[in-house]
Design a protein around this ligand. Sequence first.
Ligand code: ATP
Ligand code: MG
Length: 389
Amino acid sequence: MKEIILIKNGELVLKGLNRNTFEDILIKNMKKALKGIGEFQFTKSQSTIMVEPLDDDIDLDDAVDVLKKVFGIAALSRAVVAEKNFDDIKKKTLEYLNERLDEVSTFKVNAKRSDKKFEMKSPEICREMGACILSAHHHLKVDVHNPELTVTVEVRDRFAFIHGDSIKGAGGMPVSTSGRGAILISGGIDSPVAAYMMAKRGIELVAVHFASPPFTTELAEQKVMDLLRKVAAYSGPITTYVVHFTELQEAIRDKCPEVYFTIIMRRYMMKIAEKLAVHQKCSALITGESVGQVASQTIYALGCTDQATALPVFRPCIGMDKDEIIKISREIDTFETSILPYEDCCTVFTPKHPKTRPQIEDILKAEEALDSEALIERAVNSARKTVIH
Ligand code: ATP
Ligand code: MG
């Protein structure tokens, strides 16, 4: 029996005239994601995209696993392909859904007939198919309100497709329909979640990580790459910069008041990330900050951080509790990696009593002690670029 995957795109439907472009981007993203699995053909048809394997060896379970992570998909269903005559539709339905129909005790049939020339109308398909299923599975009852299984028959232009319940997709918008943004990624729990959340809104990701060897280790950097790989399963490839941050941190430690250490460091992260972001045509910076989480994330400190960059800063975790962030990190499988105990450059030289109500004037004055331009330029030039898949 020939099987395909039917893709229902959620929010895309709202996009009116842009729908075509959005669907094309979604198809491009699906193609990229399925690259390691095999060749597929994609066909658009009335807010559904049909994904057809072109090779008999392809494991559709693998394809579904990959597609479940592609943003812009509301639901997906594995479906069997039938000829457009009711005998074949019946035969394929009973064969294809046999096991599933044995497992449940109630069902209903749902018919969609986009080919209006098909000889039977939808209610008739439902009736006939319902009767046919009941006579093959005597234990079953029809329940139109709360069925354990919905059998869907879709009669389309060339073939009919039959499937059981659909699988929930990742939702959101196809990546790169909303421009690009640069995620400041640490090895922590929050920033991978923030990256995932913005990719879900269609933003293509570039990543910037600050490393401070010898205070931070090769392993810490590896951990960040592992996290990005997990995010990339959703967002697609992520162009990543690792910036050598030691010189700047040491300059701040040596020349600025200790109480401002973290906030000034944060501001330099923004300034450096901004330069790399602009170079990569990003229109926003993204961080994992959340109000009140630590001293550098009070409303006052965040204001001082924002002042360091002309780009908008997106902080999708801003109003979330840690346990809400952790819930998402578990769902996207970054949590276990995030909690591995390696030093981040933020935990090096942490002040004992950081100012929670910093004033921007005081900070700007403190920063005068630094040879800012040269330090920033050297940090930007130190950036090593890789693409994480
Ligand atoms: P995370 O927020 O990533 O879980 P964290 O809570 O330990 O880790 P914070 O000290 O709260 O990190 O940092 C706040 C934000 O600053 C992070 O979410 C991240 O966006 C950014 N950031 C922190 N450290 C780094 C780093 N080494 N490189 C890039 N960005 C960083
Ligand atoms: Mg944090």
